[in-house]
Design a protein around this ligand. Structure first.
Ligand SMILES: Cc1cc2nc3c(=O)[nH]c(=O)nc-3n(C[C@H](O)[C@H](O)[C@H](O)COP(=O)(O)OP(=O)(O)OC[C@H]3O[C@@H](n4cnc5c(N)ncnc54)[C@H](O)[C@@H]3O)c2cc1C
Length: 495
């Protein structure tokens, strides 16, 4: 088996297949695994490249189930309470997303009077979605086996909430009579954009209702002790412990069908290209990479058209900073969202004292902002640097004003643009975050893990259930279940 890409999706797939006794080789272009959930070091500081919060560590959550299956302990982590504090920057009180569901219900009632019906509807949709998801359905069926998995997971509440497929979060607001609550709408736009790449009027109701419940018990968001790399390290242990091989600095450059399955062309960083033969390929790369990896005449025309017509995901601008801890506001939460138009909505993650990311008395501060990839990748060098500098200044100024930080409080600052993400993760034009969760692309309408090409399987943040480390782990589980079923084996997570 060859797995392409050593982000959380590819690592999870390789760990699952290795554990089934298959001979697995994972190809990772970078010198380090982890991809968007990796880390880098600068002097005494450790920065999480992209992901900073982890979902799915609760009992029955995707990371928890998988780690239990691999016989590995849960990573040391702290529950985030609040999961985030959202500042709408309109002079009103910021909104903390409490972990305790009752406290959160009271908070949202106070913050958004008259919206109770909307939240109760979201809770109901979420409960039915969660029960459905727990049965590991294949929601984009492309074979009879897939269809059986889907039908086997359906229950009455799922069928009822299925009637809402095609609706957006704005439709839910309208149904509940609170579409005119501009403050609630702004809050939803900000939060949904983080998870679905889309605002309320373009986020599928079935997806949005679920992500709005991510911070509350019995689910939750966690901050990992050490760094985000801990998650990848555990998966590496699972792969290597089961006899799998990880080839770092090995970039897949081409896929060709063979009598056995696939020939995979590989370019190692410091040696000559080679070709590996394999039965199956699991690719965790964005599907937009496939037309470059597979010759035109091999990709079925309808599939190539679909891939070429995929909407361009966002890119990210990320400022990686270090600050003096005592300069931060008292009781500063670990995760904040700032919803101002200029320079755009910022999501900020601040390290905790003693969490392994900064020396005592200091904190890392990571602020990210969505940006269209097109704005960055085609610029000539001088314009690019000027553009980057302007955006950097705007983000830095906004953060300093918001958190009342003086120039001497900043100990380090640097910024990544989509160009940096393209280099770090190999993602075309530095796109991050998958395809977005518009009603026309959510669930059954999304791109399937089972491709029209025999023995080529997809996982990662463009495949259901979408972005986030917990989401891409599930996409990897589904791809492996499909692959193994194709070989006559039924993969069930232990426990
Ligand atoms: C700024 C930002 C903030 C985020 N915040 C959060 C958060 O707080 N919580 C959360 O859960 N998620 C968050 N996410 C999303 C999360 O990080 C991703 O959804 C997830 O990590 C994607 O994993 P993946 O395995 O699908 O892809 P990737 O992480 O992109 O992994 C793909 C891997 O493939 C490798 N590769 C690329 N091309 C090749 C090739 N040709 N051959 C071999 N290898 C190749 C890359 O080097 C990379 O390691 C964030 C993302 C970003 C960018």
């Amino acid at each position: 088996m060859i797995v392409i890409g050593g982000g959380i999706a590819g690592l999870t797939a390789a760990a699952l297949l290795s554990r089934e006794g298959l001979e697995v080789t994972l190809l990772e272009a970078h010198h380090q695994v982890g991809g968007c959930a990796g880390t880098f070091r600068r002097g005494p500081w450790t920065f999480d490249v992209g992901a900073t919060q982890v979902a799915g560590l609760e009992p029955g959550g995707s990371h928890e189930r998988l780690l239990r299956h691999f016989g590995l302990p849960l990573p040391e982590a702290e529950i985030l309470d609040p999961g985030c504090v959202v500042d709408l920057c309109d002079g009103t009180e910021p909104i903390p997303l409490w972990h305790d569901p009752e406290r959160w219900a009271a908070e949202r009632q106070r913050q958004f009077p008259g919206s109770d019906l909307f939240w109760r509807l979201c809770d109901a949709i979420h409960s039915s979605n969660w029960a459905f998801a727990g049965k590991d359905p294949i929601v984009t069926p492309r074979s009879l086996w897939d269809l059986r998995q889907l039908i086997g997971a359906l229950q009455l509440p799922t069928l009822a909430s299925g009637l809402l497929a095609g609706l957006s979060m704005l439709d839910l607001l309208r149904l509940c009579g609170c579409a005119d609550d501009s403050r609630l709408r702004r809050f939803l736009d900000l939060q949904l954009k983080l998870y679905s790449q889309e605002p309320a009027d373009r986020t599928a109701a079935l997806y949005g209702a679920t992500v709005l419940n991510m911070a509350q018990a019995p689910l939750g968001l966690w901050h990992l002790q050490g760094s985000m790399q801990v998650l990848s390290d555990q998966l590496v242990e699972a792969i290597e412990g089961a006899g799998g091989t990880i080839l770092r600095r090995h970039r897949a450059t081409g896929l060709r069908p063979s009598s056995q399955g696939w020939d995979v062309d590989v370019q190692p960083r410091n040696s000559r290209p080679k070709t590996l033969q394999t039965d199956d390929v699991v690719s965790s790369l964005p599907p937009q990479c496939l037309p470059d990896l597979i010759a035109d005449h091999v990709l079925p025309a309808h599939y190539r058209r679909r891939l070429n017509a995929l909407p361009e995901p966002s890119g990210a601008l990320v400022l990686y900073g270090a600050v003096r801890r005592e300069a931060l506001p008292d009781h500063c939460p670990g995760h904040l969202q700032r919803g101002a138009d200029h320079p755009g909505s910022l999501f900020v993650s601040i390290s905790r004292e003693g969490d392994g990311r900064a020396p005592a008395g200091q904190a890392t501060l990571i602020a990210s902002l969505f940006t269209p990839t097109a704005d960055w990748c085609s610029l000539e060098e001088q314009t690019y640097q000027r553009h980057k500098h302007e955006r950097f200044e705007a983000i830095h100024t906004a953060l300093s004003d918001w958190l009342k930080l003086q120039p001497q409080d900043w100990l380090h600052m640097e910024m990544a643009t989509p160009r940096g993400f393209a280099g770090w993760t190999g993602r075309p034009r530095g796109m991050v975050g998958g395809l977005g969760q518009h009603p026309s692309r959510f669930g059954p309408f999304g791109l399937a893990g089972r491709t029209p090409l025999p023995r080529l399987w997809l996982c990662g943040d463009s495949i259901h259930p979408g972005e986030g480390t917990a989401g891409v782990s599930l996409s990897a589980l589904n791809a492996c279940r499909q692959l193994l079923a194709n070989r006559g084996t039924d993969l069930q997570l232990s426990g």
